[in-house]
Design a protein around this ligand. Structure first.
Ligand code: ADP
Ligand code: MG
Length: 140
């Protein structure tokens, strides 16, 4: 299997719950390595740019307001099959439908405030990593 990189965001609800360590521990236990990381609060413009693909969706305004509502932890994870591995650790978008033991099942409140973001494919991973990190900010 290929070594991949993916973008992870611990959303404002995850940071507010003091669950940063809990979530990072799950990534590390699954064999994913952190190649870049920052704790920041997104502006509305940054949130809107990041989620531009969803701008026609009815929840776009609420999603961007939520993402800009408090600090988030943005990281680049690397490992075998990292994109799908991270999606499996996250669980389904709606925590009510997420499998037992996933981050969203264990920690998320609702389909909107669902604790984590993870890239959904190789192309989006590349674009999303470049949206938040310069090449020089990734360690080798
Ligand atoms: P995922 O984060 O699992 O890849 P999507 O890409 O479909 O899910 O949606 C992006 C984000 O938009 C979700 O993580 C969630 O925060 C929000 N969202 C998705 N669907 C809804 C919905 N029906 N109502 C409110 N927010 C939603
Ligand atoms: Mg998505």
């Amino acid at each position: 299997m290929a070594i991949e990189r993916t973008l992870s965001i611990i959303k404002p609800d995850g940071v507010k719950k003091n669950a940063i360590g809990n979530i990072l521990n799950r990534f590390e236990k699954a064999g994913l390595r952190i190649k870049a990381m920052k704790l920041v609060q997104l502006s509305m413009a940054e949130a809107q740019g990041f989620y531009a693909v969803h701008k026609a969706r009815p929840f776009f305004g609420e999603l961007c307001e939520f993402m800009a509502s408090g600090p988030v932890v943005i990281s680049v994870l690397e490992g075998e099959n990292a994109i799908n591995k991270n999606r499996e650790l996250m669980g389904a978008t709606d925590p009510a439908k997420a499998d037992a033991g996933t981050i969203r099942k264990d920690l998320a409140n609702s389909i909107g405030e669902n604790t984590v973001h993870g890239s959904d494919g190789a192309d989006t991973a590349k674009t999303e990593i470049a949206y938040f990190f310069a090449e020089t900010e990734l360690v080798n």
